[in-house]
Design a protein around this ligand. Structure first.
Ligand code: SF4
Ligand code: SF4
Length: 361
């Protein structure tokens, strides 16, 4: 295994074995065949670093923080060796005219070949004046950069779906990347913030295969967003048994029971938190005792009801029917098993979204 990346990694103290293991893990997470890990390592090690332009728009910088504070600096940090990050306002040393020049040079020298990463939504109100960089509106900058890009990666829920800036009443007229860019391949990596290894995985896939990974109907990589939080949650056995924490400090909470009645949106949220976890696989929100907010779904903020249980009218989720009938005020524990026996609802496993469910006000 030879190439510029592997040399750089060696200088950083990352062994060939560690790199291979990392690629095998990535390949496994992306549901690729076993041999794909080695192929991925070979391809990435020898790859010519693609130019990447990262434009931050109406955002909180949480996505960049997530990316740069990922758990294993030497390995996740290698992404900066896999790509040529030619423009990223938060991370680059250049400022002002120098920064603008760096972006223009990268766009000109790599026309049609560079990757464009965007975080943040794009405000269209007042001709885009709510958010400008160097005197130009976000929408203007996006259209210019997207025109020469090979593909666009919308990082974070704001770029993917509008996110919190788009929440009602959406004062800035915020929209997503895909609302503006219509003629380029776009992959959405939602999350508030998104999981670092998902970003790394998408870039690794592009470097290895020269294409974006398979996407779901919301433009997300299926490998990471193919299952709900609930599908893989370690508290699921308690859910199936009808054991729910009623408050955040009751006996059920102390025993690690399901957080459904405390508002967990895991059943309608597609993301990889339950398997990939956060902070180097240390933990994730549900493991730390808080329900999922549904941050990787469109309009999660407007759906709100973060501490109110989902109310599911007729088991559209396709999982344990009795539990699906648990709603706010439904009176769960007693009669739970009976509901399960009586339910005739089909287990369809059809995709559902927050829109399919009522959240009691
Ligand atoms: S409702 Fe939430 S806490 Fe309960 S099993 Fe599903 S994802 Fe886990
Ligand atoms: S557990 Fe839910 S709210 Fe928390 S980061 Fe994952 S998808 Fe977002």
């Amino acid at each position: 295994m030879q190439g510029p990346l592997i040399d750089t990694l060696a200088r950083q103290g990352v062994s060939r074995r560690t790199f291979l293991k990392y690629c095998a893990t990535l390949a496994s997470m992306m549901a690729l065949p076993p041999a794909a890990g080695r192929a991925m390592a070979e391809a990435m090690a020898a790859a010519r670093r693609p130019s990447v332009i990262w434009l931050p728009f109406q955002e909180c910088t949480g996505c960049t923080e997530s990316f740069t504070r990922s758990h294993s600096p030497t390995l996740e940090g290698m992404i900066f060796d896999m790509i040529s990050l030619d423009y990223q306002e938060t991370l680059m040393a250049a400022a002002g005219h120098q920064a603008e020049e760096a972006r223009h040079t990268a766009m000109r020298d790599n026309a049609g070949k560079y990757l464009l990463i965007v975080d943040g939504s794009i405000p269209l109100g007042v001709d885009g004046a709510y958010s400008c960089i160097g005197g130009r509106s976000n929408v203007d900058l996006l259209q210019e950069a997207a025109a020469g890009a090979a593909a666009v990666i919308a990082v974070g829920t704001c770029a993917a779906y509008g996110g919190i800036p788009k929440a009602n009443p959406n004062p800035t007229g915020a929209v997503s990347v895909s609302d503006i860019v219509k003629d380029k391949p776009i992959v959405n990596i939602p999350g508030c913030p998104p999981i670092p290894v998902v970003m790394t995985g998408v870039l690794a896939h592009y470097l290895t295969f020269g294409s974006l990974p398979e996407l779901d109907d919301k433009g997300r990589p299926k490998a990471f967003f193919g299952e709900t939080i609930h599908d893989r949650c370690y508290r699921r056995p308690f859910y199936d048994q009808g054991k729910f924490a009623k408050t955040f400090d009751d006996e059920g909470a102390r025993r690690g029971w399901c957080l459904f009645e405390l508002g967990c949106k895991g059943p309608v949220t597609y993301n990889a938190c339950a398997t990939v976890k956060w902070n180097g696989g240390t933990s994730w929100p549900v493991e730390s005792g808080h329900g999922c907010l549904g941050c990787s779904e469109p309009d999660f903020w407007d759906a709100g009801g973060f501490y109110k249980a989902l109310s599911v009218p007729a088991d559209p989720l396709g999982f344990t029917a009795a539990a699906a009938m648990v709603g706010a005020g439904a009176g769960v524990a007693g009669g739970f098993a009976n509901r399960a026996k009586k339910s005739t609802a089909k287990k369809t496993h059809e995709p559902v979204t927050l829109d399919d469910l009522e959240v009691p006000k």
